[in-house]
Design a protein around this ligand. Sequence first.
Ligand SMILES: Nc1ncnc2c1ncn2[C@@H]1O[C@H](COP(=O)(O)OP(=O)(O)OP(=O)(O)O)[C@@H](O)[C@H]1O
Length: 438
Amino acid sequence: MSQSTTLTLLDRRRASLPSLVLVANMASTQEVSRPFGLAPIVVGTGNDCDLIVTDPAVSRRHCLFRITPQGILVRDLQSKNGTFVSNIRVQEAHVAPGHVLQIGGVSLRIRVTGEPSEIPLWPEASFGGALGGSTVMRALFHRLHQAAQSPEVVLLRGESGTGKELLARAIHDASPRADGPFVIFDAAAITPALFEAELFGHVRGAFTGADADRTGMLATADGGTLFLDEIGELPLDQQPKLLRVLESKQYRPVGSNEWRSFDARIVAATHRDLHAATAAGEFRQDLYFRLAVFECVVPPLRERSDDIELLVERFLASDIPPRTVLDLPHGALEMLASHHWPGNVRELRNTVSRLLLFPHMRERALEFHGVEGEARRDFDALLGLSWRDARERVIDRFEASYLREKLHAHDGNVAKAATDMGISRQLVHRLMVRHGIR
Ligand SMILES: Nc1ncnc2c1ncn2[C@@H]1O[C@H](COP(=O)(O)OP(=O)(O)OP(=O)(O)O)[C@@H](O)[C@H]1O
């Protein structure tokens, strides 16, 4: 059996991935394991971990394993009691089958289970508007391109700012429906009362204020793609309605007796692990199975740091006038490469624009600061952008600054800040992740 433990590029279209499994032995002698793929394996006691262990000395998210071109990498995730390789505490190390790792009372081993498998890769470092030269992104692009050719639902899962909307558009553009409309329905932004009216439309007189027929988003997306963003936020009581429509391919506008067919391809996205949410009773399992025909995970930026330089170059080149890395302050690229990027590519893009505007504030470019003076000074730069990009940039900054002030005013108490802001705690948490506020 091959003992290879590296991710090897075979050619532009293929990589070879070793067949390995991570095995954890707990004090109770119970054994749990998880096969390696391209995505990292997070080990810890938290429900959101890929390999869940039970031990009082193990942190919620304790350490992470990943197959890289250099071998198997283990990284401690700032755990309380540390990660040990052959009794030496490590922050980051390469490990091999035969090594014994210790986290709390749990020992971890890597086992070779078979011959390496071949992974098909997208031959380019971009798919539609999304950039990514890393193996994990090119494997994702290949899958999405395949999915684009089929009429089935695609579910994109990834942290805020990882590019889910961009990828949904890329799927649409690569699909036979590219000439049709691409319509966005944001399940987190819609109130339960309006869910059906927005999605299915309504007829005149359906409810107070409905003084004319209104086309719903399903009909608007006819012949094209309907992107259901933040589908994990759809309230439980609305979920059966969506399921029924996806299964029957028919809907009824509010106030109408007439069933209508639709012809829109569905792409959905969420930052939540819906599989875990079904186990917790927060998401219907039948709807999850209907959505997860092609479930694709969009990796966070910190797991594909080899993409950072490519992204930075692109953001600089699309500035007005176009720039290059030479326009960045000295040492900026190294600083960007080593940052954790909780807000992912969105945070990287905003950081690059801050670095260009305030090159002397290199260290502070990774922090958010007061909106007023900055917005005024930024205005000329905004005028050089398209309406869409300028608006998104201003909204991003407003959200981050407003949220920071409110959290500060309530000593970091999320529940109190949420009440003050008039939004849900879940939305505050989502905004905090989006803007890298902890
Ligand atoms: N791979 C990428 N290549 C180029 N730009 C990217 C990429 N990923 C994200 N971006 C940029 O980052 C920003 C956020 O992307 P997008 O809105 O698609 O993320 P998202 O995952 O849908 O975020 P959210 O969950 O917060 O809505 C956009 O400006 C987008 O153009």
